[in-house]
Design a protein around this ligand. Structure first.
Ligand SMILES: Cc1ncc(COP(=O)(O)O)c(C=O)c1O
Length: 493
């Protein structure tokens, strides 16, 4: 049986500056016990603990406890310790427990409500297939970092300088002029959104509609008013419509996911990027670009970025979590230098720093060229899966269903006839151990699309195909409503 914790009492010497004497201990405990502040049954500190804590000379504590026992205030129990005695032989009751109330919390964002059951195939997850994670190479870099003799025990609040330098250099290879001093490392790029949104003086931010759900939830939590800009991945961006909304609502910043937008998988064309920059200039609108997806295309092709076309005033964020290792949780923000101290201060307020051991591991990984090798492999794999996904969709989907063709990368958007009940579809698929994202959280506004995101990054192609077959079957079931007869298309597994 574990022993109960002992009570602690402040004991001071009656003679200031002198060492505590046995009489001081007796006086302190007798006072507390008689006042009822230490109830019967409480355990007192063991003699050796009291000696050490108060710096007592030998036998002082024991003499004090002997005296308290002689006065009937304490009794010892062999191998259990010293306890406050019960008055008049009444058996001691356990000390009263005062339970503090629970704090009242804000509600959890709706998208956190129900994670899929363990073992469910996640058809909308943009994480990388665990089979594609470069385990050994990363482990090698981690070991090498831990062996470095000059490994600093402290950290730079802005992030591990060699990794910041490596990121600046990589972005330079893609035509962006970036200095290491402009790079702020973050705990995933989610923290970049947090830092920026907490640092704005004007609390109004434009986002695409549909919106990246965790981004939306974070902005709401940070008290930012969102200005939705409709995005149709089949028709592209209506820049005139965006301009009218911006002119009317006057957001101070636009957060744009320019490649493989979450959840639509849409990537901005060069014309749209240029139009957006012009619009931003006309309306004094700052830009935050989330560029998680531009380097997920095959053949080392990069999509252009707002940061490349618009220069250093564009705030730019990216992440290694969706391309290298989700659990690494390393992202970054690139900002104009005058903004850096404020943004780093916001980072320090929430996390003080980001994990330098992992950042050093990633710096080593980049330095050895492992990341480029890994990206090549990932891009080629995603490209194959994308092609296979398109083939399956063409083969099995009812004719009313349409999907986007983003050209590769991790995700596309599957859009369904309005008559399809998405909640029922989710439920039916969940019963078959397949999870599709509930995209309603991305549509707090208009809901001009009706479907969900398909990812071919996470599940191996055979599983994606199996899931798509199940989706097609469920859709056919729903679309063959009474009064609307149609032939079921044969589905080959
Ligand atoms: C568009 C987009 N931006 C940012 C994030 C945040 O990702 P992380 O913090 O893992 O970098 C996500 C995560 O899903 C995302 O989809």
């Amino acid at each position: 049986m574990s022993r109960p914790p002992f009570v602690s009492v402040h004991i001071q010497s009656a003679a200031p500056g002198r060492r505590v004497a046995a009489a001081d201990i007796v006086e302190a405990y007798a006072r507390e016990i008689r006042a009822g502040r230490i109830p019967a049954g409480c355990r007192l500190p063991p003699v050796r603990v009291l000696e050490r804590q108060l710096g007592l000379s030998k036998n002082t504590a024991q003499a004090a406890y002997d005296e308290l026992a002689a006065r009937g205030l304490l009794h010892g129990r062999p191998r259990e310790g010293v306890f406050v005695a019960a008055a008049d032989g009444v058996s001691p009751s356990p000390p009263p427990v005062a339970q503090p109330p629970l704090p009242a919390l804000k509600p959890v964002p709706d998208m956190f409500a129900s994670p899929p059951r363990e073992g469910t195939l996640r058809l909308s997850s943009a994480f990388i297939d665990p089979e594609l994670l470069p385990r050994e190479a990363l482990l090698d870099c981690f070991r090498s970092v831990l062996r470095q003799p000059g490994l600093e025990p402290f950290y730079d609040h802005q992030g591990h300088p060699p990794l910041r330098a490596a990121i600046a250099q990589r972005l330079g290879r893609r035509g962006m002029e970036v200095r290491p001093e402009q790079v702020i490392l973050t705990v995933g790029s989610q923290q970049a959104i947090d830092i920026v949104s907490r640092s704005l003086t004007v609390g109004r931010m434009a986002t695409e509609d549909p919106v990246y759900p965790y981004g939306r939830a974070l902005l709401e939590r940070n008290g930012i008013e969102r200005v939705p800009l409709p995005l149709d991945p089949f028709a592209g961006i209506d820049l005139d419509a965006w301009e009218q909304i911006v002119a009317r609502r006057r957001p101070s910043l636009l957060y744009a996911i320019t490649s493989f937008q979450n959840p639509t998988g849409y990537s901005y064309s060069s014309h749209e990027l240029a139009g957006l920059l012009a619009l931003a200039q006309r309306h004094g609108l700052a830009l935050l670009e989330d560029d998680w997806g531009s380097d997920m295309l095959p053949d080392s092709e990069y999509r252009p970025s707002l940061r490349l076309l618009g220069g250093a005033n564009v705030l730019y964020m990216n992440s290694f979590t969706k391309k290298l290792w989700p659990a690494l949780r390393i992202g970054y923000l690139v900002a104009p230098e005058p903004l850096v101290p404020t943004l780093v201060a916001a980072k320090r307020l929430s996390t003080l720093g980001s994990p330098p051991l992992l950042e050093a591991t990633l710096a080593e990984f980049l330095d050895r060229g492992y990341y480029d090798t890994h990206l090549d492999r990932l891009q080629a794999e995603l490209d194959q899966r994308y092609q296979a996904c398109l083939t399956t969709l063409r083969e099995v989907m009812p004719p009313e269903v349409r999907w986007t063709t983003p050209g590769g990368g991790p995700t596309l958007w599957l859009d369904l006839p309005r008559s399809v009940d998405l909640g029922r579809l989710r439920q039916a698929l969940a019963a078959r151990w397949i999870d599709i994202e509930d995209a309603s959280v991305a549509f707090p506004d208009a809901g001009h699309l009706h479907g969900f995101r398909i990812s071919y990054a996470y599940a191996p192609m055979a599983d994606v195909r199996r899931a798509l077959l199940a989706v097609a079957e469920e859709l056919q079931g729903q679309l063959q409503q009474p009064g609307r007869p149609r032939e079921a298309r044969a589905i080959r597994a």
